[in-house]
Design a protein around this ligand. Structure first.
Ligand code: FAD
Length: 296
């Protein structure tokens, strides 16, 4: 799974299956359910770490047919809407769950729709971002998600979850508790000014590139923000900046990131996570909770 996750570490899964449409997705889920094989839906793998011992289950990926976008009730030519939008006008945009946030944000910018700028530099899929309630620079998916079309973990039912049913919280959504798989996400967007939207995206991406170790494999912020603190600041104040286990390192640029500096195994990363947790707990009495999903 090192080839399919942004940490570039970890062992093998039983199988990796890419499904091309709803029928295939539901068939695979039903098969896994009948055969009692564990399964996991992987988005872009930017918040997931598989243990070196691997995962005795199916990893399912959504193929390109889950990567379309369209604006509700809008006529389009070559995927672009024809009508001129007036500033402040509301639109619902349908996004296939495998679509990357960067691609979705670029689509919104080109359509003059504001609301997703905050996410343009987050390297996940729309589905993974809803699952995690991903956020940055004051925005979170919960601010714009109107609803989610999803398939039950046993592959037998489909349902549209409303915003309220998704029970969003800090890096939390109901999908983490109920195992449903997002296949399409409906976003509430507002018509704005294309050049303003482009300028915000450019600024946020420049800030991200300056402050985060984007040139090394990682899963972004390793830990959730503990209430009343910042994980990176606690790690730094505990003197752990640059701490290394094998090929894994607490980033010297941003202590909230553990990076795969050189050839790290998942075990190196997990040992470093524990070391950071224990040291921060001993010094400040705060237990850091990993944001990255650890599988296997
Ligand atoms: C350099 C870097 C910077 C980052 N910056 C940020 C940031 O600013 N803010 C932030 O919030 N995160 C950030 N992240 C973390 C990560 O990009 C987000 O959590 C993102 O939303 C994960 O999406 P993904 O598709 O890669 O999810 P994956 O890692 O593939 O999956 C994460 C979890 O979501 C589940 N999942 C994925 N797709 C679906 C689906 N369709 N239906 C149901 N469950 C699904 C998976 O089963 C898994 O449990 C960063 C990561 C990196 C590497």
């Amino acid at each position: 799974m090192s080839k399919h996750t942004s940490f570039r570490a970890g062992g093998s899964a039983l199988a990796l299956i890419e499904v091309e449409n709803m029928k295939q997705l539901m068939e695979v889920l039903r098969f896994a359910d009948e055969e009692r094989i564990p399964h996991l839906l992987l988005g872009n793998g930017s918040n997931t770490l598989f243990r070196d011992s691997g995962y005795e289950g199916l990893v399912i990926k959504l193929g390109c047919s889950f990567g379309h976008m369209s604006i509700e009730n809008e006529d389009t030519i070559n995927g672009r809407s024809v009508k001129k939008k007036s500033k402040g006008e509301k639109f619902i945009v349908h996004c296939g769950a495998s679509m990357l946030l960067s691609t979705a944000a670029a689509f919104m910018r080109d359509e003059g729709l504001t609301g997703l700028e905050f996410a343009s530099g987050i390297p996940g899929s729309i589905g993974g971002a809803v699952f995690m309630n991903a956020g940055a620079y004051g925005g979170e998916m919960k601010d714009i998600v109107r609803g989610v079309q999803a398939v039950s973990p046993d592959g037998r039912r489909t349902k549209v979850f409303s915003h309220d049913e998704l029970d969003f919280g800090y890096r939390h959504s109901a999908l983490q508790d109920n195992g449903w798989i997002a296949t399409k996400v409906m976003l509430d967007m507002t018509a704005g000014d294309k050049s303003d939207i482009a300028a915000v995206m450019k600024d946020l991406n420049a800030r991200r590139n300056a402050k985060q170790p984007v040139n090394y494999p990682s899963a972004g912020s390793t830990f959730k923000r503990p209430e009343g603190y910042f994980a990176g600041k606690l790690i730094e104040d505990a003197g752990l900046r640059g701490l290394t286990v094998g090929g894994a390192q607490v980033s010297t640029l941003h202590s909230g990131f553990i990076i795969n500096k050189e050839g790290a195994t998942a075990t190196d990363i997990l040992q470093l996570i524990s070391l950071v947790q224990n040291t921060v707990y001993d010094k400040f009495g705060v237990m850091l909770e990993p944001e990255v999903r650890i599988i296997g």
